[in-house]
Design a protein around this ligand. Structure first.
Ligand SMILES: Nc1ncnc2c1ncn2[C@@H]1O[C@H](COP(=O)(O)OP(=O)(O)OP(=O)(O)O)[C@@H](O)[C@H]1O
Ligand SMILES: [Mg+2]
Length: 275
């Protein structure tokens, strides 16, 4: 007769794989002599389009796994690309460490392995915060402004994070009335977004990349909901980056627009940031 465990694992192979991954992750952390933030055998709590979240033994820390899938147009276009998760995780880690070094408070706790990071558990504010330096994407479409037109000053815009509503464009009054953020919090988030923009612009420029625009998310710390920190990822999935010399797109627009050399561009971004 099948034991309950073998019956369950036979039915759900992903479950067995997950336990094995968790054990490997733990071995790597302990083996590397890092603070053993126990990450093994915990519950998957969320699967998004690009990442999975797992609990750890610390109720205030989550493991964030970067997947290989690419999606666009709110999940309508979808494909898997080998190493995408590994590259986005590595790029996010480099950027988050750099931002922390500049005094930006983030959810980053530490590195785990090639596709996993440990992050502080937050309650994500239902706002997508977009900063634009140059017209592109939905701005160009909505406003009829030619892609590549530089703005005199950066634009900060909010959309309401709700896939069912297609993440509609909102302002701080909407954010207040939807209970997403108070006026003071919106002002703080806008200041932080502009500071992050200046820091990122300079950082990418050193890698011969022009920061056209990007999307960030903020969350309230589980341990202290009054504290708002930068969360989620910063990668070529969430930034538009153009090569300074040639103007070549080096980000997810290559996938959205079917331009080819998608992962090659991510690899090039990572290698330039590692220099
Ligand atoms: N530190 C954190 N604590 C809790 N949740 C987080 C944290 N950082 C990011 N998240 C959330 O984890 C999820 C990451 O998954 P992913 O980016 O794949 O989601 P998604 O498909 O973009 O969907 P959506 O952002 O609409 O939920 C997102 O919902 C993101 O807001
Ligand atoms: Mg996401």
């Amino acid at each position: 007769m099948l034991s309950l465990h073998s019956f369950f694992c036979a039915r759900v192979p992903a479950f067995t794989e997950q336990i094995q991954l968790d054990i490997r992750v733990r071995e790597r952390i302990v083996g590397a002599g890092l603070k053993a933030h126990p990450t093994h055998a915990m519950e998957p709590i969320y699967e998004g389009k690009a990442k999975r979240l797992f609990t750890t033994e610390d109720p205030n820390v989550l493991r964030m796994e970067y997947k290989d899938s690419a999606t666009a147009f709110n999940g309508v276009k979808k494909e898997d690309f080998e190493n995408k998760g590994r590259m986005n995780k590595a790029i996010t880690l480099i950027i988050y460490k750099m931002l922390e070094g500049k005094g930006v408070k983030t959810h980053l706790v530490g590195d785990v392995d090639d596709i996993n990071l440990l992050v502080k558990k937050v309650s994500i504010m239902p706002l997508e915060v977009i900063v634009r330096n140059v017209a592109a994407g939905s701005f160009s479409k909505r406003m009829g402004v030619k892609e590549g037109t530089a703005f005199t000053k950066p634009i900060v815009e909010f959309s309401y994070k709700d896939d069912a509503l297609n993440d509609p464009f909102i302002n701080d009054d909407y954010a207040r009335e939807m209970g997403a953020a108070t006026e003071e919090e919106c002002a703080y988030i806008k200041r932080m977004a502009l500071l992050i923009n200046e820091t990122l612009k300079e950082f990418f420029l050193k890698a011969n990349l022009r920061l056209i625009d990007f999307k960030i998310e903020f969350g309230r710390l589980a341990t202290d909901p009054k504290q708002i920190v930068l969360a989620d990822e910063i990668s070529p999935d969430t930034c538009r980056l153009w090569d300074v010399a040639t103007g070549k797109k080096m980000d997810k627009d290559r996938f959205r627009q079917g331009l080819g050399e998608f992962m090659e561009s991510y690899a090039e971004v990572l290698s330039r940031l590692q220099k």
